[in-house]
Design a protein around this ligand. Structure first.
Ligand SMILES: Nc1ncnc2c1ncn2[C@@H]1O[C@H](COP(=O)(O)OP(=O)(O)OP(=O)(O)O)[C@@H](O)[C@H]1O
Ligand SMILES: [Mg+2]
Length: 502
């Protein structure tokens, strides 16, 4: 029995039909440390931590919590032993209040009736303890994603968790929300909570963690002391090869004479008087803070929401798509930001998901060419390195990042002339990111498409765009040529509307 570790995973193996998700993985968590768990999409991170919560039963191996040995966990056992997990796709009940979610599955009762007031009191205490301002009565669906996640963290604290496991907690958060989450995580560590933190954002790993465990292809690769490691080394351990460039080079392929999309004074959906042009062969970046109105603009172009005034021209002709279906027929594709809700059909195979827009376009044909269907799916499986035993695999069985790749592939395969991508690489590992950038380059360079890329990642925005248009609170506040790109300038424009008002 070892007191040195609060949690030990020993020789964990997990098999699924056709996939060995984990092969002999061993790791240890020390009291009061933040241990980062990193690896490519499909490396086995989520599967491993689900073994700690009982959501996954390991094929073999041992889980040792504070010296107590288990061959598998149950949610109840995990809770009793002080383990709490915040999942990659957290599952709260949107129609219930923050307090009710906090006590989900273990409500406070007075006799046989649920004591709502007591739960609200306790929730208020828990939120206060974390220095977060959430009204316990507020419905979950009315809270921002950041606050929803704080409720999850508060729940872990309320249960007196000594081991907190967080699976990509920052992925859906705005940068301000990430900051407050970090504060909470640091505070918990000071109070002696041990934390396992999963993220694809390496700068977070460096900021937060004490040690780093690297997984690759279901195998344990190495444990590093964060302070003594270097980011290039990490990437190499994760990807298994050297990655020297962050952004693949792209030749000059913009055709200034061919405007694919033009907006003139477009107003609606929270946006005011937006005018911009995208040319053939161009990647136009849309920058701004979360909530600046970028996704809203994309929705109007895609016909998902009606504009109030202004004009949209597609290759010189005015268009007025009244539904996404119409937009797709015109030649516009949108890879949505909220991929869980608008993205993939989870119970359908990878192959059918990727070919979905093609089926829709060819709906008049009774026979679909199965060879083309297979080739299309294979092309993207390869270029995006989708990790799966077969293209028949259901999308719900893929890792989070690989689900994202399928959705991206589906829209890239749609053969649209204008592709709008909303946060295209969120939740995607460094190696696959590079492949996606290459694919985007190919689309503009070789196939002469136009791309609008919405991104909150400053580096990505500057690394991939030919021009950047910045929105702030529904207004277009800036348009930058490549020579003018800088983090400071973009930030200044992104907060411009607020400055003018104040
Ligand atoms: N229910 C399942 N059935 C079949 N295969 C599965 C199932 N769950 C996970 N897998 C497979 O196990 C492997 C590991 O997946 P896991 O979700 O642990 O990856 P991950 O490291 O969390 O990736 P990501 O960064 O994309 O979230 C993947 O190849 C995945 O397809
Ligand atoms: Mg995962």
């Amino acid at each position: 029995m070892s007191e040195e570790y609060v949690l030990q995973l020993q020789h964990i193996r997990k098999e699924y039909p056709g996939v060995v998700a984990l092969k002999d993985v061993t790791l240890e968590l020390k009291p009061g440390e933040i241990l980062a768990l990193i690896g490519e999409n499909g490396a086995g991170k989520s599967t491993l931590i689900k073994c700690c919560s009982g959501a996954v039963i390991p094929t073999s191996g041992k889980i040792i919590v504070n010296g107590k040995e288990f061959t598998s966990m149950t949610p109840q056992l995990a809770a009793e032993n002080g383990i709490a997990i915040i999942y990659q796709e957290f599952n709260n009940v949107k129609e219930l209040s923050a307090a009710e979610n906090l006590f989900l599955g273990r409500p406070i009762k007075k006799g046989i009736v649920i004591d709502k007031a007591a739960m609200e009191r306790e929730a208020a205490k828990a939120f206060e303890q974390l220095h977060i301002k959430i009204d316990p009565k507020a419905l979950m669906k009315n809270l921002t994603v950041g606050y929803q996640q704080m409720v999850e963290i508060a729940k872990a604290i309320q249960q007196n968790a000594k081991i907190l496991i967080m699976d990509e907690p920052s992925a859906p958060l705005t940068s301000a929300e990430v900051e407050s989450m970090f504060e909470v995580v640091e505070r918990l560590r000071k109070e002696g909570v041990s934390i396992i933190y999963i993220s694809h954002r390496l700068e977070e790993i460096y900021r937060l963690s004490d040690r780093i465990v690297v997984l690759r292809d279901g195998e344990y690769i190495k444990t590093l002391i964060t302070k003594e490691s270097h980011v290039q080394e990490l990437i190499k351990l994760m990807v298994g090869r050297e990655l020297t460039q962050t952004y693949p080079p792209r030749g000059d392929c913009i055709d200034e004479n061919e405007v694919i999309l033009e907006l003139k004074d477009v107003t609606g959906n929270g946006d005011k008087n937006i005018s911009l042009k995208v040319h053939k062969g161009e990647i136009l970046g849309l920058g701004g803070l979360v909530g600046a109105g970028r996704t809203e603009l994309a929705q109007m172009i895609f016909g998902a929401v009606k504009k109030q005034s202004g004009e949209i021209y597609f290759k010189g002709k005015e268009i007025n798509p009244k539904s996404p279906r119409e937009a797709i027929d015109i030649g516009i594709a949108l890879v949505p930001e909220d991929r869980k809700r608008h993205g993939a059909l989870l119970g359908v195979s990878i192959k059918n998901n990727i070919n979905m827009p093609i089926y829709q376009r060819n709906s008049t044909l009774s026979v679909i060419n199965s060879k083309v269907e297979r080739e299309t799916a294979e092309k993207y499986e390869k270029s995006m390195a989708i990790k799966t035993p077969s293209l028949q695999q259901l999308v719900k069985n893929l890792s989070g990042g690989n689900q994202q790749k399928v959705i991206l592939a589906k829209w890239l395969a749609a053969d649209a002339e204008l592709i709008i991508v909303d946060e295209p690489t969120r939740g995607i590992d460094v190696g696959a990111k590079y492949e996606i950038y290459k694919l985007m380059n190919e689309l503009v360079e070789k196939e002469g498409k136009a791309i609008i890329m919405i991104s909150s990642e400053m580096e990505e925005l500057m690394g991939m765009s030919d021009r950047i248009v910045v929105l702030s609170e529904g207004n277009m506040t800036g348009s930058l040529e490549k020579s003018e790109f800088s983090q400071e300038t973009i930030m200044a424009y992104a907060s411009a509307a607020r400055m003018e008002e104040g």
